[in-house]
Design a protein around this ligand. Structure first.
Ligand SMILES: [Zn+2]
Length: 331
């Protein structure tokens, strides 16, 4: 009897544990089954105030913004897009409520982020974060992950950090460390705007290792800007995600070339694709950057280059859902 009670208790415990471990992607409308995301663009901006004075929360003409972004986002959904990770960070325009409205009106799954953007020479890093230790910054990001952003109740789906080109500055290294600490607590994937420096990418993985976090918790945003294909492949070999996310008319051929190079090296499983588009730039002052060429140009070009349907599925559906599923990746 005692034994049966014990077994019942452990069955109950394991049911509870497996329920808690149900894989999810956290969107602005709550948790979603990762297998239901569809084709996901991993680095776009539905809107931003980048280039404007830093402000948190941001100020937008909401009606003008929605009138521009909703029809465009709906048109990308009609092309086959299922989900978008929005890389607009606090202080240059992150607005979870607007993202939720756009998600409700279009049916797109949208992820917002916690974190800070240290590129642009720390222009969008608030003074207090320059002065705080990494742990205090991480605590704020964990609080957003657990309780939602400001008083919206909307939880981030990933961590977004930016670092300047070249060697990591002290502040940028601290932001990466804070990201690793926050990952340990939340399982949120770290996506880091890194630019062309493989050295900076390598140093970031060292910081992750110091904090006990695996390379698979980290996305090299803008890896396509790196000229050294072998260095990109090396980061993939180490288990990092490499994001080829600068897709536009000028870079289409380079995106095809990089996908083929990484396929040849055997790392298609680590590759993510996106545009770094922006459907409402500088509060609507600047013309939009499209985020639809993946569907109209890149996928047809990849198929013409011999990429098979199952490889397209891997690049556009399976890899992003795997990269953005909440999961503590520790070493
Ligand atoms: Zn971006």
């Amino acid at each position: 009897m005692q034994r049966r009670t014990f077994l019942q208790a452990s069955v109950a415990a394991s049911v509870a544990a497996s329920a808690a471990a149900t894989p999810v992607v956290m969107t602005v409308r709550g948790p979603v089954d990762p297998t239901k995301m569809g084709v996901m663009l991993v680095h776009e901006h539905l809107f931003s105030n980048f280039g404007e004075e830093p402000a948190e929360p941001p100020v937008y003409d909401r009606e003008k913004l929605l009138a521009a972004v909703v029809p465009y986002a709906a048109s990308v959904k009609r092309l086959g897009c299922g989900a978008v990770a929005d890389g607009t960070t606090a202080w240059f325009g992150r607005d979870p409520l607007l993202l939720r409205t756009i998600s409700e009106r279009t049916g797109l799954h949208i992820l917002t982020n916690t974190g800070l953007y240290g590129a642009a020479n720390d222009r969008y890093v608030p003074r207090r974060a320059v002065e705080q230790p990494a742990r205090a910054i991480a605590e704020e990001w964990v609080r957003e992950a657990e309780h939602g952003i400001r008083d919206t109740g909307i939880r981030p789906g990933f961590i977004k950090i930016g670092v300047d080109a070249g060697p990591l500055s002290e502040t940028d290294a601290k932001l990466v460390r804070a990201g690793a600490m926050a990952h340990r607590n939340t399982g949120l994937t770290m996506t880091v705007h890194t630019g062309d420096s493989a050295e900076s990418a390598g140093r970031q993985l060292e910081i992750l290792a110091e904090e006990g976090v695996a390379p698979s918790a980290w996305v090299w945003i803008h890896a396509n800007q790196c000229k050294d294909d072998a260095a990109i492949a090396e980061m993939a070999r180490r288990g990092a995600w490499v994001s080829l996310d600068g897709l536009d008319r000028k870079t289409l051929d380079r995106h095809v070339e990089l996908v083929l190079a990484l396929r040849k090296a055997g790392y298609l499983r680590r590759v993510l694709l996106s545009h770094d588009g922006n459907s409402f730039r500088a509060g609507g002052k600047n013309p939009m950057r499209e985020w639809s060429m993946l569907f109209t140009d890149l996928l047809p070009a990849l198929r013409n280059s011999g990429i098979k349907d199952e490889e397209v599925q891997l690049l556009t559906v399976e890899n992003p859902s795997s990269a953005y599923t909440l999961n503590k990746r520790l070493v």
